[in-house]
Design a protein around this ligand. Structure first.
Ligand SMILES: [Zn+2]
Length: 311
């Protein structure tokens, strides 16, 4: 148990505190503040902070939450459990990285925030990016990276001053922004380290997706790790508020194994365990499905006018 006081959060778009309607009351106790709960890809367990929707701009956030320094500590101690899904994630995110080519951006320096074991950085190298850098708070995850990737992973949270300004051509974030206690601070830092004309590729959950609406509080996206949850309306508003030019927002299609999808289903334990056992057998094991399952993809750019030093 990690004793700490919860503190109120502000809407990351309009900056108001309070002024929000409760979506779900808190469903956790202090024991939930453990590294195991904050580890990647664990089974959803319906533990979450109180969730509210801002009355002014519609952004969904957890309120109140544990202090960021406690959350950062939990992520640093968390372990890495993507297992066999890493290949599917690499396929999914690799497809979106390819989409950036239509903007004729040079394949220069790429930064991934929350890179886990670096599977996507491998894909960026395969797509001929000039250099790769990953930021990952979990020591366990970073140490699982391949020998050719590990030297390019900075074991830290993405914090102000970690990199020099105008350092990167491309910044990628996959299922990261919804975990960040202060997303405006993160996007301000992205703006600073991104070169003018550079692009951000961001994929995360969609709280307004049909699946999230049907499942409500039982949806796996309603989770203690998610300090914010975005929609096709609020995600571009957040990027615009941080000074980015939003180029595209669309549902993201991800490739999954049936086993992974079944893990997310809310159903009684014994039935679920039986289903998981079945899906571990052939031919289900080798199956792949690509579906638009409750994720949004956003591409945003830093305009040439945002060049640091130009006012
Ligand atoms: Zn708001």
């Amino acid at each position: 148990m990690m004793p700490c006081e919860l503190y109120p959060t502000r809407c990351a778009i309009c900056g108001t505190e309070g002024n929000a309607a409760e979506l779900y009351p808190a469903g956790f106790n202090m024991d939930a503040l453990s590294p195991a709960v904050f580890s990647a890809r664990r089974m959803p367990d319906r533990i979450h902070f109180r969730m509210v929707r801002c009355n002014r701009c519609g952004l969904v956030r957890s309120d109140p939450i544990a202090p960021p320094q406690i959350l950062n500590h939990l992520y640093a101690q968390s372990t890495f459990e993507y297992g066999e899904e890493a290949d599917n994630l690499k396929r999914s995110y690799g497809r979106y990285l390819k989409k950036l080519e239509k903007y004729s951006l040079r394949k220069g320096a790429l930064l991934e925030i929350g890179c886990g074991n670096g599977f996507f950085l491998e894909e960026a190298l395969r797509q001929k990016y000039g250099s790769i850098t990953g930021v990952e708070p979990s020591v366990d995850a970073a140490n699982r990276a391949g020998a050719n990737i590990r030297p390019w992973i900075v074991c830290d949270i993405m914090r102000p001053g970690l990199f020099p300004e105008n350092r990167f051509d491309t910044i990628c974030m996959f299922q990261v922004l919804d975990h960040i206690p202060d997303p405006r601070l993160l996007l301000d830092e992205c703006m600073r380290v991104l070169r003018p004309g550079g692009l951000v590729l961001c994929i995360n959950h969609n709280i307004d997706a049909v699946s999230a609406k049907i499942l409500g509080e039982r949806s796996p996206v309603v989770d203690i790790e998610h300090t914010y949850l975005y929609s096709p309306k609020t995600l571009p508003r957040l990027f615009s508020a941080a000074g980015f030019t939003v180029l595209e927002t669309e549902p993201a299609w991800n490739t999954y194994s049936p086993l992974y999808l079944a893990r997310l289903l809310p159903m009684p334990g014994p039935i679920k365990n039986g289903l998981l056992r079945l899906l571990r057998t052939w031919p289900f094991r080798s199956m792949r499905v690509t579906v638009p399952l409750g994720n949004i993809c956003l591409i945003a750019g830093k305009s040439e006018r945002n060049h640091a030093g130009v006012t």
